[in-house]
Design a protein around this ligand. Structure first.
Ligand code: HAM
Length: 416
């Protein structure tokens, strides 16, 4: 048997209704905040990601699906959207309109990671990016959108962690202070962190190694080394979150796994997920446009892992008993196809969701199928009924039966 590649999975018909539920919520909430959808190619030129996410990050170093096509061009299956969206914004002059551009997306992404609960090689993200505003108002709007979405889909237990990694000057300054501290304590660092010390010292803050965690307790904090501009920006974000009643925890170690961030960074975590507890994250990225060859355009956004949202929703039984039902199952006991097909056509034209037997099954089996499909009503059309010009209609919940004339087969009569 040929199976799906490791770390990927089929989304089967019993599950698609959950995806459709989430997708409809994404559309509903983004419309409320007036964001417009953007769709970009699944693969990009490799440099889109290597120049933006950071050469020293895990994503670029170990996780990208990169290949040369037949004309020897290096392409990469997109591991995330932000860089691809910025490429699209520059190429299509999206930010030349004046004002802000508010965009959302949903689709598959690819990272060659070790698969485990909540971690796949093909996964899906929903995300938003708000382009062109340097002000904390836009950080606040995207966090507010994320928070509202999480509530609207039915998740109430989670933690929002926030931090500021400041502007470029603050970060460069803090990097020096951090490196000095880590150099002085080199012997206490884990092997991975030792490797990162030269290339990407900020990421050491993110380390899960116990020896690093212990050492970092006493490390200088970035929040205590921000310049006035960065402090001001961060202060306004926190103030607005308080005013909006959005609870958050500050986590001075939160730096995120991508290099393009500046100022605000944030992450949503849940206890329902096990080791991969972060189901969404984002932040501001004021230098990414210029890094990819565009003008200096500030921006902020976030992305959520759709598989992780579904894991949380499943663990709180959100979808129990919610599989899609049909309005009507028609038990066919006649060979008069002309009348039967026209009746069915007439019902479907009235937008009644219905199904009937295509396997010439017995009446008893057809009733069983009606049950399996979760039909609300069941209609019998046999020779007798056709002769009299009536059908019998059974309510599958109450068992109550009634007879209806062909000409009375309206939505109201059938569905009520
Ligand atoms: P990220 O934290 O790398 O950020 O990914 C966002 C979310 O995608 C994660 O919180 C997680 O839920 C999900 N995710 C990531 N990798 C996997 C995986 N292998 N399997 C399942 N789910 C996964 C970004 O991608 C940034 N582009 C977010 C952003 C948007 N920042 C600014 N704008």
């Amino acid at each position: 048997m040929i199976k799906t590649p490791r770390g990927t999975k089929d989304i089967l018909p019993e599950e698609t209704f959950k995806w459709q539920y989430l997708e409809s919520k994404f559309k509903e909430i983004t419309a409320l905040f007036s964001y417009k959808e953007i769709r970009t190619p699944i693969f990009e030129l490799t440099e889109v990601f290597s120049r933006s996410i950071g050469e020293a990050t895990d994503i670029v170093n170990k996780e990208m699906y990169t290949f040369n096509d037949r004309s020897d061009t290096s392409l990469t299956l997109r591991p995330e959207m932000t860089a691809a969206l910025v490429r699209a914004a520059i190429e299509n002059s999206i930010t030349n309109t004046g004002g802000v551009q508010k965009l959302w997306y949903f689709g598959p992404f690819f990272r060659y990671e070790r698969p485990q609960k909540g971690r796949f090689r093909q996964f899906h993200q929903f995300g938003v990016e708000c382009l062109s505003s340097p002000y904390p108002e836009s950080d606040i709007e995207v966090i507010q959108l994320a928070d509202k979405l999480i509530h609207e889909i039915g998740i109430f237990e989670y933690t929002l962690f926030i931090n500021s990694i400041g502007n470029k000057i603050s970060r460069e300054n803090y990097n020096k202070i951090l490196i000095e501290f880590l150099q002085d304590n080199k012997d206490k660092l884990s092997e991975t962190s030792l490797e990162r010390l030269d290339k990407n010292p900020l990421r050491i803050l993110d380390s899960k190694a116990p020896e690093d965690i212990q050492l970092l307790e006493n490390a200088p904090k970035i929040s205590e080394n921000l310049d006035d501009e960065s402090n001001n920006h961060y202060g306004k974000v926190k103030e607005a979150l308080n005013q909006l009643g959005i609870s958050y925890k500050e986590n001075f170690k939160l730096v995120r796994g991508l290099d393009y961030y500046s100022h605000t960074v944030f992450e949503f975590q849940s206890n329902h997920l096990g080791a991969q507890d972060s189901f969404g994250g984002g932040g501001r990225y004021n230098e990414l446009f210029s890094q990819l060859g565009g003008k200096d355009i500030p921006a902020v956004g976030f992305a959520m892992g759709v598989e992780r949202l579904l894991l949380i929703l499943d663990s709180i039984n959100k979808f129990d008993g919610l599989n899609e039902e049909i309005d009507l199952y028609i038990v066919k006991q006649t060979s008069n196809n002309e009348i039967f097909y026209n009746l069915v056509k007439n019902l479907r034209n009235q937008n009644i969701k219905l199904s009937y037997d295509l396997l010439n099954k017995s009446m008893k089996s057809q009733f069983k199928d009606a049950d399996k499909l979760g039909a609300k009503k069941c209609m019998v059309i046999g020779e007798n009924e056709i002769e009299k010009g009536i059908v019998s209609l059974k309510d599958m919940k109450t068992g109550i039966q009634k007879e209806l004339k062909f000409e009375d087969l309206t939505t109201t009569e059938i569905l009520n």
